[in-house]
Design a protein around this ligand. Structure first.
Ligand code: SAM
Ligand code: SF4
Length: 466
């Protein structure tokens, strides 16, 4: 039986937007009061926040999001890098440089020796978490190519701490069998963006290939979770359709997964459309999201699903990224290249093999220094999934706030590991100051555990976590 996405109900979304637009200041304040309890928001409450435009109320919304973010995530910010292994693709997504009909992009699938080289370049920068990305068409081996790439990534070891400890994967929707194979490879999160939940828009922007099948795509997380992949990441490509519609439809998707599997997505990604070679649409997004609306949607997501990580990529500029950390973003990529081979061969000429243009070109070291100077703790932690704290088990620890007893100490120990093994002298100084300030703000067990882990790292131990 072909899967259908009957849990996305467009009429309900449009009606909620209409109701939300007439929410008065009293209603908005009532929703913000509930949001402050960090237990999430329902569909209509999310809709009520979307229409906020009064500067005072908007500031209240931002302030509430900052408080909830701080309470749940403290000052941690998880760092990762995408690894583009292939840009062959048989789809024709009108916004992407890798689309089949774009003849201006040279095609390439990395050999396993090249994947090895790229991973070495990443671990020499200090990365521990990698997101494998590919177009929808693999070399002769088919999907096995992806599995072999994962094996290669995990096989790289460069002492004292050069290794990838968590591979997340962003590849086209898979079958149940393929997901089972992915699960055996011990991946972290399976991530896929719906791009747009609006069927008509979806049809218009996807012109050829398997990706035209809306239902196959929306039901992908059902198959992933059925196959035992606990951590799934969803996302929207903002700019294709009205962001308010997308966020509410995303809520329907989240609630569907919660009802069916007892747990929703582990992360939500919030890419905005960026200019891509061979794509007019990307140069003129039909529903471009201005910065102020973008901040608003990040804040609303933070309040709607407080325990779901929000991921921001290097598509965004350093300034937007800094603001978004405070409002709710919990994971960022850094030092990224979106062309296969980009870490060893450098950034290509503007507009050759990369997927879209980046807004943040800084190295990992520069991003880490900036993040630490702002008082955040860049985290390279991979503890939860390696200890089996995934899916519902993770949420059971996260919701009563117990996860902080693990996350904060692990963030500090992995950050110190980074500083000692890979940080430049300036970054090390900024980082040590941020670690000290964070320790000063801790008490009791959390501080004792953190100090114990930090001492081990200073003694030369690596990969210590609780
Ligand atoms: N090919 C797979 C797919 O489409 O699902 C996975 C990899 S694809 C390279 C990863 C994501 O890049 C897409 O889901 C899309 O949201 C994003 N993307 C494509 N073109 C973009 C653009 N011009 N600006 C920003 N993000 C873009
Ligand atoms: Fe291919 Fe993914 Fe780009 Fe679409 S977004 S053209 S599927 S790589």
């Amino acid at each position: 039986m072909e899967p259908t996405a009957d849990f996305i109900r467009e009429e309900e979304v449009f009606e909620a937007i209409r109701r939300g637009a007439s929410a008065d200041a009293g209603r908005v304040r009532e929703v913000l009061a509930k949001a402050r309890e960090a237990r999430g928001l329902d569909f209509d409450e999310v809709a009520a926040l979307m229409g906020v435009s009064d500067p005072g109320l908007l500031e209240d919304l931002f302030q509430t999001a900052r408080e909830v973010k701080e309470r749940i995530y403290g000052r941690r910010l998880v760092l990762f890098a995408p690894l583009y292994v292939s840009n062959f693709c048989r789809n024709d997504c009108t916004y992407c440089a890798f689309r089949l009909r774009n003849k201006d992009v040279p095609r390439r699938a990395l050999t396993q020796a090249e994947v090895d080289r790229e991973v070495r370049a990443l671990v020499r920068q200090g990365h521990k978490r990698v997101l494998l990305v590919a177009g929808e068409s693999y070399p002769d081996e088919g999907f096995d190519y992806v599995l072999r790439c994962i094996d290669t990534i995990y096989s790289v070891k460069e002492p004292p701490s050069g290794e990838v400890r968590r591979v997340n994967v962003n590849v086209a929707p898979l079958s149940l069998e393929e997901f089972r194979a992915l699960k055996e490879r011990k991946i972290g999160t399976y991530q896929l963006f719906q791009e747009t939940y609006h069927r008509e828009t979806y049809r218009k922007v996807h012109l050829a290939g398997k990706k035209r099948d809306y239902d196959w795509r929306v039901t992908v997380m059902d198959r992933a979770m059925e196959a035992g992949i606990d951590d799934v990441g969803v996302g929207i490509l903002f700019g294709l359709f009205d962001w308010r519609f997308e966020v509410l439809a995303l809520m329907q998707h989240v609630r569907h997964l919660e009802q069916r599997f007892g747990v929703g997505p582990h992360t939500i990604s919030v890419p905005r459309l960026e200019p891509a070679v061979g794509s007019d649409l990307s140069a003129h997004p039909p529903f471009a999201v201005p910065d102020v609306e973008f901040r608003k949607l990040v804040a609303i997501l933070r309040l709607a699903v407080p325990y779901t990580g929000i991921i921001l990529s290097t598509r965004e500029t350093p300034n937007i990224r800094r603001e978004a950390f405070a409002l709710g973003v919990s994971q960022i990529s850094a030092g990224s290249r979106t062309n296969p081979g980009g870490y060893t061969e450098g950034e290509c000429d503007p507009g050759s093999t990369e997927q879209f243009s980046l807004g943040d070109h800084r190295s990992l070291d520069e991003v880490v220094r900036d993040v630490a100077s702002l008082g955040y703790i860049p985290s390279f932690c991979t503890g939860c999934y390696r200890l089996g704290r995934t899916g519902a088990d993770f949420m059971d620890l996260a919701k009563p706030g117990e996860i902080r007893l693990h996350c904060d100490p692990n963030a500090l120990s992995t950050f110190l590991e980074y500083l000692l093994d890979y940080g430049s002298p300036e970054t090390r100084a900024a980082g040590e100051a941020a670690i000290e300030a964070t320790l000063q703000g801790m008490e009791g067990k959390e501080r004792a555990v953190s100090e114990r882990l930090l001492a081990k790292v200073r003694e030369g131990r690596r990969d210590v976590f609780v």
